[in-house]
Design a protein around this ligand. Structure first.
Ligand code: GLA
Length: 721
């Protein structure tokens, strides 16, 4: 619900459990008043509270007031010495700005954001127009609140209303302020094979900046920032989340001012950014999903999961059963031919697997990672009879077929590069920087995106394909486009991301029946921007069930379980050399979009039996994974256990997974208290055949039998009358 109180010019946005209040102060600035638990529209009270921060418009003294004014879109070089939200640089080089309120409107639904991922529907939107006193920049701030959610979606648009161009040196999506900075800041940092590890440190004075400068949201820092009060736990206490719906270079900042106030901002990374706006042009910034929870981090995660499933992930897929896949990458890498693949495909029969995914190596001269990227046509020397032969073999075994692409990349040893060397991002006179022996295609150029679209859509049209894995295995260097003029080079990173979105949009629209899975050297582009196009993402190349417990835990902080693609792989694990029981690998992978990443033909009879059980069990729980609520119980970062449970919305069914992470000399059962159940309901536990009330299970708990290191336990609970 969004209201406006005319007398005090107070805006009140209400979600399920939060209030967001701001007003137009006496000098015409849009000033933040409150973001947190529900408050009332006490206009006069809030105006009085906010007044000391507003400048006296008759002489613009900034000292003591103005410089600390809580701003909804902060300006530069005019008395606010904290980080600005936008920098408008005019033709004469002048950068001072002062954004003031002009008008607003309130309407049902979401704002239109073309060419970028966004909340698809629902909600109510407040659109506020600000104007720069010193330049022709007009700023539109969009706020969308949802009655059934604790998120608030924000972005900003900047329009050049003048007749001369100006340059945006920063154009963040949002700014908001909290009255104090007494929080710990949570970031999800990582590296290849160890993505989204939560790190929580108290904020101090000054600015903390979370960012990626890699052209992709990155393994290293997820585009999410959490703020936790000192008493915030999984189940209690206040916290906030700021999540960018964006997949490119981003920045999120938290700045504690000299008097202890906290300013939060973020959007497209402004490092070497420069966006030229010609007269009449508009820059639209990516959306940010703010979330407030008064009931701990677990609730914040459930709010994000619900929001992404209900409003961002494509409705055709958000709650649709995901196929159980088998992918041969870890089994063969590049080293395969028809026979090797047929072995795996034949071995899938009767195991409850739905789709066989052919990974890297099927196209061009791709026998190693030195060649072939960009040549999206089948290598018939390697695969006799082409894709059709493999697809026919899949069909014979009752399997659908999936295919791997890496659309944004090119090898120098490829037909594409030989024909169009200028299509790779490079700058004459600057040495090429390679990663995995490959270069990045210049997706700022429409002809490049069109060409890749044509090649990919030909393969997808001519073959019976049910699934695509879209990979991206290196970051951008050289930061230069041969197609952009010098004064637009600062647009490269964002334009590249827009090119990726364009291709993803066209392909997913043209092939709505194909399930697209995102991937970037594992989970290097795991963000809600990609989830708009691809309902699931390969979580990490690290498939070790000990490491995966940590990665999946961290990912679940702000993404739904169903978005995480999780596979059972071979042991000793290829990445960590650790050996973990097959059943445990299955248990951990079952907390996501489930599958296998190994040579099915080499499995023992016992493993085959376990696989049948795992896929059958998965059919019982995938509804919960798709639609249920996640409760994190024991953290793999701090406990000897990893333990999570998922509960259906009606609280009639629940699924619990526990993995012993560190062996300890304790031979007696340990008790774990369950969460999220209905205290009034009685539950039957399928595996132990015991019955207890939700109240007992949550207040007392269940005994977990003695398990040795890496052993696991799964429990299915259902309501009985
Ligand atoms: C990346 C992906 C892997 C696999 C390889 C293929 O590393 O994360 O799953 O597809 O590329 O080259």
């Amino acid at each position: 619900m969004i209201t406006f109180e005319k007398k005090t010019r107070l805006f009140h946005l209400r979600g399920k459990n939060y209030s967001y209040l701001m007003y137009v102060n006496q000098a015409g600035f849009l000033q933040t008043l409150h973001y947190g638990g529900i408050a009332e529209s006490d206009g006069e009270f809030f105006a009085a509270q906010g007044a000391p921060f507003a400048p006296d418009a008759s002489n613009w003294n900034f000292d003591m007031s103005f410089s600390e004014m809580p701003s909804e879109y902060a300006f530069f070089a005019h008395g606010d010495f904290r980080e600005p939200t936008a920098i408008v640089s005019r033709e004469d080089g002048g950068v001072a700005s002062r954004f003031r309120y002009v008008s607003h409107k309130i309407y049902r639904g979401v704002p239109e954001v073309s060419g970028m991922p966004h909340a698809r529907s629902g909600g109510e939107t407040l659109e506020i127009t600000l104007k720069d006193d010193f330049s022709p920049a007009e700023i539109k701030l969009n706020y969308t609140a949802f009655e059934d959610s604790d998120v608030l979606v924000r972005n900003a648009e900047i329009l050049n209303t003048g007749d001369r161009p100006f340059m945006l040196k920063r154009a963040f999506s949002f700014c908001t302020e909290l009255p104090d900075g007494k929080f710990s800041l949570m970031r999800l940092h990582g590296t290849w094979g160890a993505e989204r590890s939560p790190d929580v440190k108290p904020l101090g004075y000054g600015t903390v900046r979370l960012q990626s400068m890699r052209g992709t949201s990155s393994h290293q820092m997820n585009p999410f920032m959490g703020l936790l009060r000192a008493n915030c736990t999984e189940d209690e206490g206040e916290c906030y989340g700021f999540q960018l719906v964006y997949s490119g270079s981003f920045a999120l900042t938290a700045e504690v001012s000299p008097i202890g106030r906290l300013r939060l901002q973020g959007g497209v990374n402004d490092m070497n950014f420069g966006w030229k706006l010609e007269a009449g042009e508009r820059f639209v910034s990516p959306q940010t999903v703010l979330c407030y929870s008064a009931d701990g981090l677990g609730n914040l995660s459930r709010e994000y999961a619900d929001f992404l499933r209900n409003y961002v992930i494509h409705p055709d897929y958000a709650f649709r059963r995901r196929p159980v896949v088998v992918n041969h990458w870890e089994a063969t890498e590049f080293n395969y031919d028809n026979e090797k693949l047929f072995e795996i495909i034949d071995a899938a029969k009767g195991l409850g697997i739905d789709t066989f995914v052919m990974d890297d190596g099927w196209f061009g001269a791709r026998d190693t990672d030195f060649a072939g990227l960009g040549d999206w046509y089948v290598n018939e020397k390697k695969l006799k009879g082409g894709l059709k032969a493999v697809i026919d073999r899949c069909k014979k075994n009752g399997l659908k077929f999936g295919l791997w692409f890496e659309p944004e990349m090119v090898n120098e040893d490829s037909d594409l590069y030989r024909a169009h060397p200028d299509w790779a991002i490079h700058q004459d006179g600057v040495a090429l920087c390679r990663a995995r022996n490959q270069l990045v295609l210049d997706f700022t150029r429409k002809e490049v995106v069109d060409h890749i679209y044509e090649m990919m859509s030909k393969v997808l049209k001519e073959n019976d394909i049910g699934y695509v894995k879209w990979d991206m295995n290196r970051h951008i260097t050289e930061n230069f486009s041969a197609a952009l003029p010098p004064d637009r080079q600062g647009e490269l990173m964002h334009r590249f991301t827009l090119g990726v979105y364009d291709l993803a949009d066209r392909l997913t629209r043209a092939f709505p029946e194909i399930l697209f899975e995102g991937c970037a050297s594992g989970g290097g582009r795991f963000d809600s921007g990609m989830l708009y196009y691809f309902p699931q993402i390969w979580t990490s190349d690290d498939t070790d069930a000990y490491e995966r417990a940590k990665i999946q835990w961290g990912t679940s902080i702000c993404y739904p379980l169903s978005s995480m693609s999780c596979h059972v792989s071979v042991c000793p694990n290829l990445q960590t050399h650790r050996t973990i029981p097959f059943a445990t690998r299955g248990a951990v992978a079952s907390l996501g979009a489930f599958g296998y990443e190994l040579n099915l033909a080499e499995m023992s009879a016992e493993e085959r039996e376990l696989t049948k059980k795992q896929t059958a069990d998965y059919l019982k729980t995938d509804e919960l994974i798709l639609k249920g609520d996640l409760y994190r119980i024991c953290s793999p970062f701090t406990d000897d256990w990893f333990c999570e449970m998922v509960v259906s919305k009606d609280k009639k069914n629940a699924y619990l997974v526990c993995e012993r992470l560190r062996g300890v000399p304790l031979y007696l059962p340990q008790t774990v208290r369950l969460k999220g159940l209905d205290p009034e309901k009685k539950y039957f536990i399928e595996e132990t055949k015991l019955t207890a009330s939700g109240r007992t299970l949550m207040n007392h708990g269940i005994a977990i039998p003695y398990l040795t290191e890496y052993e696991s336990m799964i429990l299915h609970l259902r309501e009985i009358k």
